[in-house]
Ligand binder design. Structure first.
Ligand code: ADP
Ligand code: MG
Length: 239
């Protein structure tokens, strides 16, 4: 899995990246309707097991770029390859199977109000026609792992912003995506919680990779024992 977080910050840090190429942008440009080009000449790759920060001021185009990454928006020029497929050639029926491999944490979470944490996190699997007995334990384990074990049966309305954020992270991870995207995951929380969330994202990757099975199990986040974040590539891209 690769992880890309879009963050509105001003710093830039470049380090190495490694692994198989999951997504490639080549001279991509985007404009909305007849407006000016909001993104231009974007060329970059997202490789497996990389951890990337996408930074830029408000209005720079971070959300637009994420929307292209999860195939909600097509570029007005250039080439985007996602999981080896040129997105320009994808038909509507190809989209769900590719989107399923990309987990997204939306800025506004997009949890369904009438569903509990458990039901929201399980939803991608249910939609896909999986039987509850196949996934119940995975869902429970993942919810515990993001630290929401006590909130398993709570509706979104009673969750704090940070709790909703973690529920959204669990939902994005439950179907074992190849890429995890998060739009401003630390935008609406205080600094200590932002640090905890970043740590959660950093742990999401090595835990799954190292343990070699479907999901991190029954280990509340923040209890340590993970490989340090620098053991996988981190890159920052600036818009
Ligand atoms: N649906 C849209 N229609 C027209 N313009 C848009 C739309 N969404 C975003 N924009 C414009 O694209 C630019 C980049 O916006 P956005 O991707 O939301 O930036 P960021 O997420 O970095 O704040 C802004 O100028 C914004 O007004
Ligand atoms: Mg945005």
């Amino acid at each position: 899995m690769a992880i890309l977080l879009a963050l509105t910050v001003a710093t830039s840090r470049i380090s190495e990246e490694r692994g198989f190429r999951l997504i490639r942008f080549e001279n991509v440009g985007l404009r909305y309707d007849m407006g000016p080009e909001v993104l231009r000449d974007l060329t970059f790759e997202i490789r497996r097991q990389s951890f990337q920060f996408l930074t830029g001021p408000s209005g720079a185009g971070k959300t637009s770029l994420l929307r292209m990454l999860f195939l909600a928006l097509r570029p007005t020029r250039g080439l985007i390859t996602v999981l080896g497929r040129d997105v320009a050639t994808l038909s509507r029926k190809d989209l769900p199977s590719i989107r399923r491999r990309i987990g997204v944490v939306f800025q506004d979470f997009r949890l369904l109000d009438h569903m509990t944490t458990y039901e929201n996190v399980a939803l991608p699997l249910r939609v896909r026609g999986k039987e509850e007995r196949e996934y119940r334990q995975d869902v429970v384990d993942l919810i515990k792992w993001v630290g929401l074990g006590e909130r398993m049966n709570a509706l979104p309305i009673v969750l704090s912003g940070g709790e909703k954020q973690r529920a959204a992270i669990a939902r994005a991870l439950i179907d074992q995506p190849d890429v995890l995207l998060a739009d401003e995951p630390t935008g609406n929380v205080d600094a200590p919680l932002a640090r905890r969330l970043l740590r959660l994202f950093m742990e999401a990757q090595p835990v799954r990779h190292r343990r070699g099975h479907r999901h991190p199990r029954s280990r509340p986040h923040g209890t340590g024992g993970c490989a340090p974040a620098d053991s996988f590539g981190r890159t920052t891209g600036n818009l």
